[in-house]
Design a protein. Structure first.
Length: 96
């Protein structure tokens, strides 16, 4: 169960991080430079769903692996930083 939770967390981290980067680097410039707000509407909805999954996965990981409050807070902060979920996932993977 713990291994599958790590695998799911890894996938959700990658997807959430990628959706955030797509939102920031593609959809937002399309909205503001080319007057295409539908790019943000679609990408924002997908990112919002993945962000919610990421937070749920963080809670699951915190319970299963008995994360300290600092690690939980770091995981939440990482979700708000570009490349943050990728860095967090690598640290978790390195710990074994």
């Amino acid at each position: 169960m713990r291994k599958s939770a790590k695998t799911w967390f890894r996938w959700i981290s990658y997807l959430e991080g990628a959706s955030f980067l797509i939102l920031l680097c593609i959809a937002m410039p399309l909205k503001y430079m080319y007057d295409r707000p539908e790019a943000v509407a679609v990408t924002g909805g997908i990112h919002g769903f993945l962000f919610s999954l990421y937070l749920i996965a963080t809670v699951v990981m915190a319970v299963l692996f008995r994360w300290k409050i600092v690690r939980i807070a770091g995981a939440v902060v990482a979700a708000f930083l570009p490349f943050g979920p990728f860095v967090l996932e690598r640290r978790i993977k390195a710990e074994g």
